[in-house]
Design a protein around this ligand. Structure first.
Ligand SMILES: [Fe+2]
Length: 198
C-alpha cells in the first residue's frame, strides 16, 4: 500500500498572524513534503518495504547503506508530519504540568531548555533538524543533519524544528535565528509535546 501525506493539522493561512505565511505551506507542505512522499513510493514500489510501516522503513533503511535514498525520503516524510504537529496558532510560551516539571528537572529551567534548543537549531550547519527527545527517560536537545532523526537512533522525539533553508526563507529570508525565536515564542504546540511524553 502506498505511503500517504498526512493532512496539514491547520489551514495554510492559520499561522499568518504568527509569522508564517500561507505561501510557506503551499511550498513546504504542498511541494517539498509531497515530493518526499512521491519519491518514497517510487523507490519502494514492488518491494517488501512497501508493506512496512513508515517507522519500520526508517529503521530498516538507516542501517542499510544501499537504501540511503529510501531512508532520506522516508525520514523526511515522517519528520515533516512531526514538524506540522509541533506547530499551532497562538502556541509557544511555556508548557505546564508534568512536562514543565520534567523540563525543569532535566535542563535546570525552562530558559535553559530554550537556550539549548535555540543553540542546537542555530548551529546545525546546513540542512537538518533540532529536536527535544526523550532519551530512555531523560529529556535532551539534539540536532540531526539532513533527514536523520531520533527514530533512526532509537530515541523518542517530542518536538522538532525544521532548519532546512526551505523552512524559513519565505518568511524570514536568511535569518534563521529570527525563525527559531518566532517558533519558541508563538508556535510550539506544547500539547503535542506533552502527548508524546505520555
Ligand atoms: Fe522541510
Amino acid at each position: 500500500m502506498a505511503f500517504t501525506q498526512a493532512p496539514l493539522p491547520f489551514d495554510f493561512n492559520a499561522l499568518e498572524p504568527y509569522g508564517m505565511k500561507a505561501e510557506t505551506f503551499e511550498y513546504h507542505y504542498g511541494k517539498h513534503h509531497k515530493a518526499y512522499v512521491d519519491n518514497l513510493n517510487k523507490l519502494v514500489e514492488g518491494k517488501d518495504l512497501a508493506d512496512k510501516s513508515l517507522e519500520e522503513v526508517i529503521q530498516i533503511s538507516f542501517k542499510d547503506p544501499s537504501l540511503t535514498g529510501v531512508f532520506n525520503n522516508a525520514a523526511q516524510v515522517w519528520n515533516h508530519t512531526f514538524f506540522w504537529n509541533s506547530l499551532k496558532p497562538a502556541g509557544g510560551g511555556t508548557p505546564s504540568g508534568d512536562l514543565a516539571a520534567k523540563i525543569n528537572k532535566d535542563f535546570g529551567s525552562f530558559d535553559k531548555f530554550k537556550e539549548e534548543f535555540s543553540n542546537a537549531a542555530a548551529t546545525q550547519f546546513g540542512s537538518g533538524w533540532a529536536w527535544l527527545i526523550d532519551d530512555h527517560g531523560t529529556l535532551k536537545v539534539t540536532k540531526t543533519p539532513n533527514a536523520e532523526n531520533p527514530l533512526a537512533h532509537g530515541q523518542k522525539a517530542l518536538l522538532t524544528l525544521d532548519v532546512w533553508e526551505h523552512a524559513y526563507y519565505i518568511d524570514f529570508r536568511n535569518a534563521r535565528p529570527a525563525f527559531i525565536k518566532n517558533f519558541l515564542d508563538q508556535l510550539v504546540n506544547w500539547d503535542f509535546v506533552a502527548e508524546n511524553l505520555g
